[in-house]
Design a protein around this ligand. Structure first.
Ligand code: SF4
Length: 155
């Protein structure tokens, strides 16, 4: 979920990241206001694995979601963490189903962006309201159970 556009829509490169090499490995590096980043879903994410694992960017190397941190700290068991992951995936599947039902969206964008795209309409139907509610619920769940505050030494 931290690579497929569920948790994040972009990854900022850090000073130690070799952007040319990462680009040669298939990451589509963009630059905005002098900052280098790439969008998610990540092109190196294949079959739930990182195709460029040995060369992955700094942020990818240091990121541990809340579930992993709780596991490391002994505050949660593997079964509890897996249960949270399964719940998140169930909600993501539901949101994706609702999005696909409403409109075609750009699959190269993160889930939040695709959801916003699907909700951009003059006519609101009960399906739109259902998607809005499901996305809000998912966003809260991801915030409480998976995202972590960015490290202060990172850009
Ligand atoms: S480079 Fe690898 S670890 Fe980083 S977002 Fe892409 S697939 Fe995930």
């Amino acid at each position: 979920m931290c690579c497929d556009g569920t948790l994040f829509h972009s990854v900022l490169l850090q000073s130690g990241d070799p952007s040319r090499k990462l680009a040669s490995l298939g990451l589509k590096i963009k630059i905005k206001k002098g900052r280098s980043y790439f969008l998610q879903p990540c092109p190196a994410h294949e079959g739930n694995r990182c195709r460029i694992y040995e060369d992955r960017p700094v942020r990818c190397r240091i990121f541990n979601c809340q579930q992993l941190l709780r596991l490391f700290a002994g505050e949660a068991t593997e079964a509890q963490a897996l249960s949270k992951i399964q719940e998140a995936r169930r909600q993501v599947d539901h949101v994706n189903h609702l999005i696909d039902h409403l409109s075609e969206t750009n699959q190269k964008r993160g889930l939040t962006q695709r959801c916003a795209q699907a909700l951009q309409t003059d006519v609101k139907t009960p399906r739109h309201a259902e998607l809005e509610t499901a996305m809000k619920k998912l966003a809260l769940f991801l915030e409480n159970e998976f995202r972590v505050k960015p490290e202060t030494n990172l850009v």
